[in-house]
Design a protein around this ligand. Sequence first.
Ligand code: BGC
Length: 801
Amino acid sequence: MRQQYRFCSPTRILRAVFPVLLFAHLFSLLTLSRAFAQTPIAAALKPTHPNSELSDSAIEARVEELLKKMTIEEKVGQLVQYSAGQPTGPGTGRTDYADMLARGEIGGLFNIVTAKDTNAFQRIAVEKSRLHIPILFGLDLIHGFRTEFPIPLGISATWDPQLAERAARVAAREASATGIRWAFSPMLDLARDPRWGRVAEGEGEDPFLVSAFARAYVRGYQGRSLKSAESILACAKHYVGYGAAEAGRDYNSTEISEHTLRQYYLPPFRAAVDAGAGSIMSAFNSLNGIPASANAFTLKKVLRQEWGFQGIVDSDWTSVGELMNHGIANDGATAARKAFQAGVDMDMVSSLYHEHLANLVHSGAVSEADLDESVRHVLRAKFALGLFENPYVDEKKESSAMLSPEAVTLSREVAEHSFVLLKNDLLSNGSPLLPLSDDIKSVALLGPLADDANQMLGSWGALGNGRDVTTLRSALVKKLGGTRVHFAKGSEISTASDAQIKAAVDAAKNSDVAILALGENGPEMTGEAASRTNLDLPGRQEQLLEAVAATGKPVVLIVFSGRPLILPWAAEHVPSILAAWFPGIQAGPALTRTLFGETSPTGKLSMTWPRSVGQIPIYYNALNTGRPSVQNDATPFPNGHDEKFVSRYLDESNLPQFPFGFGLTYTTLRYGATELNKSELRLDWIKEGLSNTSSSAPTPLQASANITNTGSRAATETVQLYVRLQGTSVSEPVRSLKGFQQITIAPGETKRAVFSVPSEAFAFWNDQNIYSVEPVRVTVWVAPNAASGTPAQIEIRNKAN
Ligand code: BGC
């Protein structure tokens, strides 16, 4: 059983929030003095210097010394990056990397995955180039290197950032053994649209939760010091707004107001920067008409000036060249100039910095001072990583670094905590279907994902190998013995024959229970370039599910997916549903232990599951509208025509199938009312918390609720703190997550979850786009998910009454 874990420490929250406030105020002083006069909060001063390792004075001296020796061409070389291995995007056709390296024309390479190969390239850079500058090797370590963990959306469903940190540490150890010192991770794109395949790579829809994971991943990859041979540079991506792709179509345009950008999309990146992230990747999308990879507002003003970021801004794959497709450059030289002048330091793959940047500097179109500044960002990272001292890795140690027993156990642990129990009905005997009893006579194991090792790795599997995966079938057979497991595939992912479906139905008829492992094709239908307009089970899997359910045997549906799927029939008719995402190499053991109650599900959704594609985008922290519907059930017309002129659909409820934060476990929990220890809040208490850097500064407000375990098994529950602000200068969401903590409650026990509510819970980006607090009404919930809990109210007042 996990120990009680308290995440919402006010110290941490304030550490993250305070610098935002500081800079917001500076900005207000400089440019918005009139607006400032009206704003209720006066926080101070200047950006912090979060990347302290990157601004170390010894490193600075070495950077300057080296810079003096470099020609313009060598400087440009540091800003050039290519994929020299298995491509993850459209190729450039270049293969002459060895020659380029010897001439000092490349700063970074990626997609090279063995120590032998990284050493070979490194030897050319270090031994043959004039200035012996090492190259930085990168890779997409999205959920592991060789030890594959669940996909990030699954990891976020653990609501346990420490697990993400430990997983990232394992990935860093394994990857660094091959010479890779740069992870193109974490992906922090807030996502409200499950049609977008890349929701699999992120942490869902809520800025508070994504920010918590952002910090954890950065800590995990970068460790205590970048200099450690096992630490690798994190790269927060895709900056910014990529998750808001219109209609969920990958690479599509985005329109995000400055308010929404600052309040929702930017905070996870700010959290990563404050945690010391060494690099940021500029995104593919256009943002309000300006491509993110040529967007000086986000890259220079926000990232560099407001946040004081010292690290590398890397473009996404050919996103510099794509400025021509976006229509803001008619030739490669202009694309290179626009990206560079907007703040992109490194050109990933498009080769346009290589072709044009030196000429642009020679002609005066780009200043050498700006070039120097970008080169500093790259050199700083290389010095901080200790690459000049230790450019090579020990090839003999590479294989022993992979798949350590601790790493494999951790992968299983993370998978177990990522599963979300969406439904677990009582059977006619009065007991819930799950967990299954060890004494069960026979189980029909059906579906295309029951025994497909490669699928368990999802998208971006890095060096994950199907041979390392234990499937559900093999784990179940190991537990129950082959004769008790009646396996029939029943269907491929996208097709099925009648005979396959019949074989599955027959297997179900001959068994006590049917377990169906259904879902998406992990590598093909989720991740990049994997948008879908139908979010149901692909192929004939729905038909298979309904045919098996028609046998009358109890059905456990395990959904493997990289996104919320839309499963209205299953939600109504299938007694038990478990969202398993793509669980990684320990899929089978983790699932088997969960199905048989050796561990209980603890996961909660980090993204809303809709009832219909037509509801998308659907997210819990929406605005109330001027005509809110009062729906509280699934009926589209709760009050008949009285409900006509309200914000709702004619043919569907507004409510999701499963709300954000939702997840059941094998016991039942009863939440008591939300209680507040104060009857009013004073604005100056909050301001003090927001403006005092040294203070851990929770407000004196505590919100609490009693939670009783009314069932017969222990539970580890993620208790959530939500607030709503009313009377504000801009409309605020109907609820916003402001804290969470995990508590373990024994059967029959009542525990009190207490949140010291931090100042940040009451602050927001106001009508002048300034981070502020106002005297407003606050509603607070201590709740099991975003759609439950009892509200308590309190007013923030200017002065004591
Ligand atoms: C993706 C990035 C990835 C890069 C390098 C791009 O296509 O958008 O997330 O890091 O390729 O593989």
